[in-house]
Write a protein that binds this ligand. Structure first.
Ligand SMILES: [Zn+2]
Length: 278
């Protein structure tokens, strides 16, 4: 019997005046937008699971917040506290990928088993080892997060997933969906109202799928920022859609510029919303 998850989207930060073209390829004439940053909380069968976990505004995280223009930030720990969750309560963290805004607080959860694609972990080690002229590849990765993942491995708290895995946890599956990064994955969750997919950064915006307003109506449009190929990105879009039988309302977009209008906003902390999905 599969676990049925209770699922919330937790917003914790916002980038200001981000070019739309950094999210959706070719939208150079669109006005800049305020982009939300979020992660997902899934609770069920005695487990408290985070799908990505946000970043801390300390150490390199504080520099990243400046570098990427993210003035509005509330600690992910404070947002979880609003849901009566302490860091030690978190049993599992399933990371879509290792960019700082998705993996930048893994060191805050001492009991959590961390799940990451093997290709994601190894590709970042390979990329960091390249000469400095390649360093644009690692611009969005905090080396301290890679160190934290390595530390977790010494404590047997890091699981390197190699490709697709059904029921990584009961009712929670992952699909390798490279393109944004070399080992990006998305996560599906079974809930009382059916399956939802947490997109990670497989897509940034619904417009990557719909082509709306891009001159590409009904065609996939690549990401504005990614280190893998456009070809892989589009195949991953399709895999994401297929995972929810083509129902785009069941795809949770972590940087959704429309701020999840289909989900009920159940809490707020300093303007950051917590939304109930199921
Ligand atoms: Zn990313």
């Amino acid at each position: 019997m599969s676990t049925v998850w209770t699922v919330h989207v937790i917003e914790y930060a916002r980038a200001s005046r981000q070019p739309m073209a950094s999210l959706v390829w070719g939208t150079f004439s669109d006005p800049p937008i305020d982009t939300p940053f979020s992660f997902v909380l899934a609770q069920g069968a005695g487990r408290t699971v985070l799908c990505d976990c946000g970043f801390m505004k300390q150490g390199n995280g504080a520099d990243f917040a400046i570098k990427f223009g993210i003035p509005d930030w509330v600690s992910p720990l404070r947002m979880l506290n609003r849901m009566s969750i302490e860091p030690t309560d978190v049993t599992d963290i399933v990371l879509s990928h290792a960019h700082f805004d998705h993996a930048g607080s893994i060191d805050q959860f001492p009991n959590a088993q961390i799940y990451l694609q093997k290709a994601e972990m190894l590709s970042w080690i390979e990329a960091f080892a390249l000469p400095p002229r390649f360093s644009i590849l690692t611009d969005v990765v905090d080396p301290d997060d890679i160190r934290s993942a390595l530390e977790a491995s010494f404590e047997h708290r890091l699981t390197l997933v190699d490709g697709d895995r059904d029921d990584l946890l009961p009712g929670l599956s992952v699909r390798l969906a490279k393109g944004h990064t070399m080992g990006q994955q998305f996560i599906t969750l079974e809930t009382a109202t059916g399956r939802y997919a947490v997109a990670g950064d497989c897509i940034y915006s619904s417009r990557n799928l719909t082509g709306a307003g891009c001159g590409h109506q009904h065609r996939y449009v690549p990401l504005g920022a990614g280190i893998g190929s456009a070809w892989d990105q589009l195949l991953s879009f399709d895999c994401l859609e297929q995972s929810v039988d083509g129902d785009r309302s069941r795809i949770i977009i972590l940087h959704d510029e429309s701020r999840w209008p289909d989900f009920e906003r159940v809490h707020e902390v300093e303007g950051m919303g917590i939304y109930k999905v199921a």
